[in-house]
Design a protein around this ligand. Sequence first.
Ligand code: PGA
Length: 252
Amino acid sequence: MTRKKIVAGNWKLNTSLVEGKELMSQLKNRIDIPGVKSIVIPPFTHLESAVNIFKDSGIEIGAQDCSKFENGAYTGEISANLLSEMGISYVIIGHSERRAYFGEEEPLLVEKIIMALKHRLTPIYCVGETLDQREDDLHFDVVKSQIENGLFSFSEEELKNCVIAYEPVWAIGTGKTASPEQAQEIHAYIRSVIADKYGDLAADITILYGGSVNDTNANALFSQPDIDGGLVGGASLKADAFEVIIRALASL
Ligand code: PGA
């Protein structure tokens, strides 16, 4: 089994550069923990500092998005090749905030994943249902179609290099976490959807849970058999809490 244990901290649009450097300096000595891949995903403007601060550590750096283009007249875009050139190794694709606020849908997300893989970035592809969809009992269908439309055009070799994050939209930044059982149910389902198309490969895919992961619920979530780690927003902005979350995964 080649599943990795990963905790990724998605800072979103938070911290000034000064604050961000301070937080990264605190994290440097605390989250380089054997057995877990710790990833820090700050705003684009902080990436160069991240590369310098984490250079002699095992901590990896991610970006929150990348362009579907490599270069050219695309004002405001940041390409996967530019990120890769800097030493960035992960990129979030299709976070629910990008889907909701920037209209990103699967055909675009597929193009972004193609670019990420081409430039040796590991995409962290996000899926998850809204509250309405869960209340209407549509969560399995929604997640299935996000997985199929986002990932099923890729080969086995390509899919092996992708990480999936299940993030129920109703749990993001709301303090409402999916219960460990609710999260496990969907994680196992995602693995079964992948198994239907790719067979044994499904057992090797890393699937992270995201949505109000914190230092008190991390252990119970990560103890579930199909949860391989977390994509953490708010709690990744506090060095103490983020360290506890990573240690919870390392201890399992
Ligand atoms: P949250 O965010 O931990 O603040 O809920 C998670 C995410 O959006 O990745």
